[in-house]
Design a protein around this ligand. Structure first.
Ligand code: G3P
Ligand code: CA
Length: 237
């Protein structure tokens, strides 16, 4: 079963930082996941929440700060003092450093109001780097963003995060998107999700796994892969 390092090695390192990604790569993962938003100056940056409160000690919104301002924040201390000085990486920094053998699971995080046109920005970034684009799948909980992405690009790899969307119409949406994968919360996973995914030719990836028994449960329910905060965790083969 495939193990996708969720926000890097985020169980042992501050999520979505180069420290977390490097630890995941060192552990030998074949895929890693991260969250993308847009800074005030248009730079695509890798950070999960729409404000910096939790991971940067600053209540302001990501969208209201430039990349330079975001870079001034300490993105490591909140996790542990030993990570003081870790920074919010840009998408470019992560993409350039990623091993050529690694798949990128790029999740577009939407905010309120939405990052208008972020699909175009992500596509422009990938189109300028064809080899990277080939090993990147783009996902989002924001389904209009995915639909727009597909309208703009017939070939970009898409993974659907149904979130709380019922199983119907999730599979119809996946078909409309020509998605390659469905990413389902372990708490929602049932044999029906897995049977429907297999029938539709979709990979079924399950989040978020922190214990081996959760990986075993996901595997028993038919998952093809798991998003885990611990790249060293034992997963069924
Ligand atoms: O792609 C799975 C997972 O990353 C989705 O949830 O909140 O960790 O971004 P979240
Ligand atoms: Ca994510």
């Amino acid at each position: 079963m495939k193990l996708i390092a969720h926000r890097g090695a985020s169980g042992t390192h501050p999520e979505n930082t180069m420290a977390a990604f490097k630890a995941a790569w060192k552990a030998g993962v074949t895929a890693f996941e991260f969250d993308v938003q847009r800074a005030k100056d248009g730079t695509l940056v890798v950070v999960h929440d729409d404000t910096l409160e939790r991971t940067g000690g600053d209540p302001r919104a990501v969208r209201d700060l430039t990349a330079a301002q975001l870079k001034a924040l300490d993105a490591g201390s909140w996790f542990d003092a030993t990570f003081r000085g870790e920074r919010i990486p840009t998408l470019e920094e992560v993409a350039v450093a990623a091993p050529a053998s690694c798949e990128l699971q790029l999740e577009i995080k939407q905010a309120d109001p939405v990052y208008e046109g972020i699909e175009r920005d992500v596509l422009a970034f990938l189109d300028a780097r064809p080899a990277l684009k080939a090993r990147t799948a783009v996902s989002s909980f924001h389904h209009d963003t995915l639909l727009s992405l597909r309208r703009l690009d017939a070939k970009v790899r898409i993974g659907l995060l149904p979130g709380k969307l019922p199983i119907d119409p999730s599979f119809a949406l996946a078909a409309e998107l020509s998605a390659e994968s469905m990413h389902v919360n372990l708490e929602r996973l049932t044999p029906e999700w897995s049977a429907r995914a297999k029938a539709a030719g979709l990979k079924l990836y399950v989040y978020t796994i922190v214990k081996p028994e959760q990986a075993a449960r996901a595997a028993a329910l038919g998952a093809d892969g798991v998003f885990s905060n611990f790249p060293d965790i034992t997963v069924p083969s």
